[in-house]
Design a protein around this ligand. Structure first.
Ligand code: MG
Length: 452
């Protein structure tokens, strides 16, 4: 990684090391570019808890003000709550300051449209164009507006979800739930939300003043404390959120992590139980979703990786539920984005209505063994690795929609350049660990011998 330029610009945001590559000047310029695109309408700004949040937020606010936009500052707020509130309150858009699952030294800007969804790729391209041209709509000093501060995002988002689920059925069960917010944006909002749903809550890493007590990525290896808390309290479930709270991983009542891909599969199973609808997930999502969709008799559509690609396809085909295998659940009727709070509510509603514990839900489906790896890689080497994958697996069917997806009858392998980090992501899945490792072997051997 040493010497690699850690700045990534793409529809998922502008992401870098705070102060080094994500500088105040860069943040102010993107604020000015966004303000220029937005035509002086009010723009909401929110953030997670990482230490550089004020530096980045103030720079973005400064850029917005210079173009005559009114910044509405929400402070520390979960990303999905802000996305809901942008759409609800009639803002021109929003900028969220968080590098999500990346470690604390990273930060990023995520750009939201007036509906609260991530900017569509064509609108993001316009923003990027403006940024590169550097010609912003600066206003004279007497037209620079005042900053507004508002605190209703979390409460309005919570109310919308509570109204949409079978709240009395959930409350009657009085679930005991452990929640791990990694001391991120949901540290206060998630425990409050769960209490509103009638749960007694065991809090793990909910101190927003101490980011981050664990690696923010909610993968099983980072959830030891949560698993212990579930077992110690005899909880019905453990919920783990990432720093901005759009991803949710589940721990079952025995204290065993279910794996991130189970979150979207369970949400899909539950929502389809009410009414059939197509399902949309990304190419890297576990085939557990296909098992679930098959039982409900509905098709699964797969898109490139990235929230906006999944959302656009969902809206085009009228999918009621979908998401991504990294713990992301999207229910467009509630919020046009990945929403860890919607996911928690659906899981609890499912547990309450079915009476089946989380481990029991997982046992009814076939096993799949998923391996996710990251290979540090300069941008210019991504194409070379992809060509290598095409050659190594040439006897199998390949889908080139997003990197290379190799399809075999007994499993699949997906290799693609990351949107958020200077790495190539490798994801493989087979029926057992042994099958999945066998699937990865040709690539692993080449990488170990240094031939890429
Ligand atoms: Mg996130």
């Amino acid at each position: 990684m040493e010497g690699l330029p850690p700045l990534k610009i793409g529809p998922a945001g502008v992401r870098g090391i705070a102060g080094r590559t994500l500088t105040p000047r860069l943040a102010a310029s993107f604020g000015a570019a966004f303000g220029t695109c937005g035509g002086r309408g009010p723009v909401m700004i929110g953030t997670d808890t990482r230490p550089s949040r004020e530096m980045v937020t103030q720079a973005v606010v400064s850029g917005l003000l210079s173009t005559g936009c009114t910044p509405i500052v929400l402070g520390i707020v979960p990303l999905p709550a802000m996305q809901f509130y942008v759409g609800r309150a009639g803002a021109a858009g929003g900028i969220y300051v968080s590098a999500s699952h990346n470690p604390a030294e990273w930060n990023a800007l995520k750009f939201l449209g007036s509906d609260g969804a991530l900017l569509r790729p064509n609108r993001f391209a316009e923003l990027l164009d403006l940024y590169h041209q550097g010609t912003y709509a600066r206003v004279p000093s007497e037209e620079i507006p005042e900053i507004q501060v508002r605190g209703r995002a979390i409460a309005e988002h919570r109310r919308r979800i509570v109204e949409a689920v079978a709240i009395e059925t959930i409350r009657k069960r009085a679930f005991r739930v452990a929640v791990d917010c990694c001391n991120g944006a949901a540290s206060q909002a998630a425990p409050e939300f769960l209490r509103e749903l009638g749960c007694s809550v065991i809090e793990v890493f909910t101190d927003a003043d101490r980011p981050f007590a664990r690696d923010p990525e909610p993968v099983a290896a980072n959830l030891g404390e949560l698993c212990r808390a579930v077992r110690a309290a005899g909880a019905d479930a453990g919920f783990a959120l990432d720093a901005d709270a759009d991803r949710l991983a589940l721990v079952d009542e025995r204290g065993t992590p279910l794996g991130e891909d189970c979150t979207v599969a369970l949400a899909i199973d539950h929502v389809l139980g009410r009414a059939p609808s197509p399902v949309v997930v990304n190419l890297s999502t576990s085939r557990l979703v296909d098992d679930v969709a098959a039982r409900h008799g509905v098709p699964v559509f797969r898109t490139r990786v990235g929230e906006i690609h999944v959302l656009e396809r969902m809206q085009a085909c009228g999918a009621a539920v979908g998401g991504e295998g990294n713990g992301s659940v999207i229910v467009p009727a509630l919020n046009p984005c990945r929403d860890g709070f919607v996911a928690m509510a659906l899981v609890l509603e499912s547990l309450a209505q079915s009476g089946t514990p989380l481990s029991g839900w997982r046992r009814q489906w076939p096993d799949h063994f998923l391996i996710k790896q990251r290979i540090p890689c300069r941008q210019r080497d991504v194409a070379r690795i992809l060509r290598l994958v095409r050659r190594l697996y040439r006897e199998y069917e390949q889908d080139l929609t997003d990197g290379v997806l190799v399809k075999r009858p007994d499993g699949w392998l997906h290799v693609r350049g990351s949107l958020t980090e200077p790495v190539v992501r490798v994801i493989a899945e087979g029926p057992t660990e042994r099958d999945t490792r066998a699937l990865l072997r040709p690539l692993a051997q080449y990488l170990l011998t240094g031939e890429v």
